[in-house]
Unconditional design. Structure first.
Length: 371
C-alpha cells in the first residue's frame, strides 16, 4: 500500500515537472514574440516618460490653534475686569475641525476664488489669473492632446448632436450658485492639483499644489493656504462679529440720544440760572433723570462694545506655520524610471499572456478539428 502511495506521489511530481518544463519550453520557443511585444512597450514607456509634462509640487505645513475660545482670558480678562467687563458669558463659539478642511477646499466658493488667483507667468509682464492661464497660455503637451482627442472626442460629438451651450442662465433672484461648463473643467483639474491632508494624530495640516512651473506652484499654494485660513477665521468669528455689529449699531443710537439730552440739559441750565421756581426745578429734575438714564445705558453699551471687540480677538484662530511655502527645486513628476519599469513589467505580462492565449486557442482548435 505504501509503495502505491509513493508511486502516485512521484507520478504527480513528475507531471508537475513536465508541465513546468512544457511552459518553459513554450516561452523559450516564443522568445522572439515575447521580446518583440516587450520592446514595443519599452518604446511606449520611453515616449510617455519623455513626453509627459513636468510637474512641480509646492507644500506648506501649518498647525491650526483650535479650541482656543479661552485664549487671552488671563491677561485680557484681568484688564477687562478692571473696566467692569465680564468675559465669561460670550464663549462657546463654534470650531471647524481640521478634518473638514478638505471639504472647504472642495467647495464651489473656494474653487471659484482659486480660479481668480493671480499668477506670475515667465515671459509675461503682468500677472494673469489661473483661469486665463489654462484658457489661453498653458500648453498641455502632446500626450494631453492625444488624451483629449481620444477621450474627449465622443463627448464633443454628443455635445454637438444635443446642441449643448456653454452659456449659463442665471436664476431670476440670482441666489443659486451656477457654474459654467468651462469652470467645471477647471474644477476637475483643481481636484487633481490641490491637496489638503490633516494629520489628526500630530495635529498639523499639510497643503500642496501641483503646477507645471515651480514659481507658479508656490504662488498657488500660498494663495490657497491664505484663502483657507481666511475662510476658517471668517466662520469662526462670524457669531462674535454679528454681536459686535449689533452692539456698535445700538451704541451709536444711544450715543446720539445721550448727546441730545446732554445738550438739552445744558441749554436749560444756561437759560434758567437766576430763576427759582417750582416749575423750573421740576423740569430740570426731569431732564436730569433722562440724562442719568441715558448715561447709564450709554455706559453699559460702551462696556458691551468693548467686550464684543475683545471677544472677536479671542475667537480669531491662530495658524502656526511649521513649513512655509517654498519654491520647489526638483520636479515631482514625471518619474521616468518608474514609468519605464511599469511599462516593461506590463509588456512582459501582455507578451506572456499573448503566447499562452495563442497556445490555448491552438489546442482548442486542434480538438475541434479532431472531433
Amino acid at each position: 500500500m505504501t509503495d502505491k502511495n509513493t508511486s502516485s506521489n512521484q507520478h504527480t511530481v513528475n507531471e508537475d515537472e513536465i508541465d513546468l518544463l512544457a511552459l518553459a519550453k513554450t516561452l523559450w520557443m516564443k522568445r522572439k514574440t515575447i521580446i518583440g511585444i516587450t520592446s514595443v512597450f519599452v518604446v511606449l514607456g520611453l515616449l510617455v516618460a519623455i513626453l509627459s509634462p513636468k510637474e512641480f509640487t509646492a507644500t506648506s505645513v501649518f498647525v491650526p490653534q483650535v479650541g482656543e475660545s479661552n485664549r487671552g482670558g488671563g491677561s485680557l480678562g484681568g484688564l477687562a475686569s478692571l473696566a467692569g467687563i465680564n468675559l465669561g458669558g460670550m464663549g462657546g463659539s463654534s470650531e471647524i475641525p481640521p478634518s473638514l478642511y478638505p471639504k472647504i477646499v472642495s467647495s464651489v466658493n473656494f474653487r471659484l476664488a482659486i480660479l481668480d488667483a493671480p499668477l506670475s507667468v515667465e515671459g509675461l509682464d503682468k500677472p494673469v489669473t489661473y483661469r486665463h492661464y489654462y484658457d489661453s497660455i498653458h500648453d498641455p503637451g502632446v500626450l494631453s492632446y492625444i488624451k483629449k482627442f481620444t477621450i474627449g472626442l465622443p463627448g464633443l460629438l454628443l455635445k454637438s448632436l444635443r446642441g449643448d451651450s456653454d452659456e449659463v442662465v442665471k436664476d431670476a433672484n440670482d441666489q443659486l450658485i451656477r457654474v459654467s461648463k468651462d469652470d467645471f473643467e477647471h474644477f476637475k483639474r483643481l481636484d487633481a492639483q490641490i491637496s489638503v491632508t490633516p494629520n489628526d494624530k500630530e495635529g498639523f495640516v499639510s497643503l500642496s499644489f501641483v503646477l507645471p512651473e515651480p514659481i507658479m506652484a508656490a504662488q498657488m499654494a500660498r494663495f490657497a493656504q491664505d484663502l483657507l485660513q481666511e475662510q476658517v477665521i471668517a466662520y469662526k468669528i462670524s457669531n462674535a462679529q454679528e454681536q459686535l455689529k449689533f452692539t456698535e449699531e445700538r451704541f451709536e443710537e444711544k450715543k446720539k440720544e445721550f448727546e441730545e439730552i446732554q445738550s438739552r440739559l445744558a441749554n436749560f441750565r444756561d437759560r434758567n440760572q437766576n430763576i427759582a421756581s417750582a416749575a423750573v426745578l421740576n423740569q430740570q429734575q426731569r431732564l436730569e433723570a433722562e440724562y442719568n438714564f441715558a448715561f447709564s445705558i450709554y455706559t453699559e453699551l460702551a462696556k458691551q462694545l468693548e467686550q464684543a471687540r475683545i471677544q472677536v480677538a479671542k475667537d480669531t484662530p491662530v495658524f502656526s506655520v511649521i513649513q512655509p511655502v517654498t519654491v520647489p527645486v526638483e520636479k515631482s513628476a514625471p518619474k521616468r524610471p518608474l514609468i519605464l519599469i511599469i511599462f516593461i513589467i506590463l509588456g512582459g505580462i501582455v507578451a506572456i499572456g499573448y503566447v499562452f492565449g495563442m497556445e490555448f486557442f491552438k489546442g482548442v482548435k486542434e480538438q475541434w478539428v479532431n472531433v
